[in-house]
Design a protein around this ligand. Structure first.
Ligand SMILES: Nc1ncnc2c1ncn2[C@@H]1O[C@H](COP(=O)(O)OP(=O)(O)O)[C@@H](O)[C@H]1O
Ligand SMILES: [Mg+2]
Length: 475
């Protein structure tokens, strides 16, 4: 099964990627590899105990193993968390049907059909003698969100001319899970103000997509185009993923974020076709920002890839990036990775990811910002930002967050045992920080090794520059 193999390869690259693990679990489930499916769902729950999809997945496994009551208990629990979870209703419908309770089976089936306007389950529909379409037809019409198509017609036409569609089939009905139109209230939760440091990157994003939309005439006058490609890379925990989320809150245009699992989802078609569809969606909704987190799984160096399917995917990706070059494309593609050296060098050619920005561990000024952000809304006695900045040289943002979480946990535990609420003491924060070794060290070791194995590339040069800069070295 080459699609399962492709997902497995992707998981090797990103072992803690919950979406990929879920995708893999579901694929196993589909092929009735129940033990593998269950194991992989359990792994998701280890990473995040609140993943309802994984709870539901285990419920499905149980159902298929004939443990209907176990399945029902889990599905009910999911519904307690999310009463509008259509798949949970669907599963319960099956459970009740298998137990001979038709009215209840129908009740849950109808709920699922109304919640999810695209739901269909031919087998169950046949057994129940009713169709999801009919259920919906006889109920009030749901509100379907508008797509962000507020562009003049000529834009779309030109895009078509510049980029020929290599796939004959008409575009299938696909929407990335994260697609924000400019006014979408969900997108404003995180903005640049929530990200400490990274001034260069923030300005680069403004230059490539925010200012061009604010000052179109100026951009035209200077012959500068909108959009392009930015690759951000660096040690884990330094805010790359956070930054991608903040871009959504900052840019005044459509925003698309693509999870690896959406590309590797065999449900829709080949991975190349999925990728093409994603770019197509970005183009037809331009101006637009398109982000790929953990891009290394998609853009691997073809020389190291043995599987032809994955190699085709990389070729497709390169081809799509080239399709962004036209004057009227107005799409900014941002990719993030911890392992820039594992990307195919072809991605760095002009017109693709020609801008690569290194995100180092935060310097003193950025740490002060992050510490201030983390301390907000927390009861801390006599917060001394300076002292903490000094005690946390080399720490990533995630390390800093850990220090605050750990200190809060210890204070909470003391408060519970003494029955006295007390603020988090500054001394405690400092001692927790002192006891923690920055998690970025091993990444720099890896980068160093990388630099010795291969001819120096732009990435390793940049990393070395950072390590050698006296201003960056902190006591
Ligand atoms: N520059 C930063 N500003 C504010 N918080 C940060 C920063 N860097 C890291 N963090 C904190 O650490 C967490 C993990 O960072 P993340 O964005 O997942 O890192 P990466 O994607 O680079 O591995 C974030 O959710 C945030 O709480
Ligand atoms: Mg990340």
């Amino acid at each position: 099964m080459s699609s399962l193999q492709a997902i497995r390869d992707a998981i090797l690259q990103s072992p803690d990627n919950i979406s990929l693990l879920l995708l893999y679990s579901r694929a196993c489930l589909e092929q009735l590899q129940l033990d593998d499916a269950r194991e992989s769902f359990e792994r998701v729950l280890e990473l995040d105990p609140h993943q309802t999809d994984a709870h539901l997945g285990i419920a499905r496994v149980l159902f298929l193993q004939g443990e209907t009551s176990g399945a029902a208990v889990r599905a009910e629990r999911v519904l307690q968390q999310e009463p509008e979870n259509a798949p949970a209703h669907l599963l319960l419908s099956r459970v009740y049907l298998s137990e001979g309770d038709r009215p209840k089976a129908i009740e849950h089936f109808d709920r699922a059909a109304l919640i999810d306007g695209t739901m269909s389950d031919p087998a169950l529909e046949r057994e129940l003698g009713r169709s999801a379409r009919d259920v919906r037809r006889t109920s009030p019409a749901p509100i379907i969100p508008e797509s962000g198509a507020n562009e003049g017609p000529e834009d779309g036409d030109q895009a078509q001319d510049i980029f020929d569609d290599p796939f004959d089939d008409p575009p299938y009905d696909w929407r990335p899970e994260t697609f924000y139109t400019p006014g979408d209230p969900n997108r404003f939760g995180t903005t640049f103000a929530d990200v400490g440091g990274m001034e260069e990157l923030k300005e680069e994003i403004r230059l490539k997509i925010i200012y061009p939309l604010q000052f179109p005439d100026l951009y035209k006058a200077y012959g500068k185009r909108t959009g392009g490609g930015i690759l951000i890379y660096g040690p884990p925990g330094c805010g790359k993923t956070l930054m991608l989320r903040a871009v959504a809150g900052e840019v005044p245009c459509n925003f698309l974020s693509v999870g690896l699992h959406e590309i590797f989802d065999p449900y829709f078609g080949s991975t190349e076709r999925n990728l093409h569809q994603i770019f197509e969606t970005a183009r037809t909704n331009s101006p637009c920002v398109l982000v790929f987190d953990d891009i290394d799984s998609l853009a691997q160096d073809r020389r190291n890839v043995r599987e032809s399917q994955l190699r085709n995917l990389v070729n497709q990706f390169l081809h799509e990036m080239d399709g962004m070059r036209g004057e009227n494309q107005r799409v900014l593609v941002i990719g993030a990775t911890n392992q820039p050296w594992s990307l195919d060098p072809a991605f760095r050619r002009p017109g693709r990811f020609d801008q690569a920005i290194f995100i180092p561990p935060p310097d003193a000024a950025a740490r002060a910002q992050i510490i201030t952000l983390l301390a907000k809304d927390k009861p801390i006695s006599n917060l001394d930002v300076e002292a903490l900045v000094e005690a946390t040289a080399g720490f990533s943002g995630a390390d800093l967050k850990w220090v605050f979480d750990r200190a809060a946990e210890m204070t909470l535990s003391a408060a519970i045992h003494s029955g006295q609420p007390v603020p988090i003491a500054m001394d405690l924060l400092i001692s927790v920080a002192r006891s923690h070794a920055p998690s970025t060290h091993s990444w720099f070791e890896g980068a160093h090794e990388q630099a010795q194995q291969t001819t120096p590339d732009a990435y390793t040069t940049e990393v070395r520059k950072f390590l050698n800069a006296p201003s960056q070295r902190e006591p």
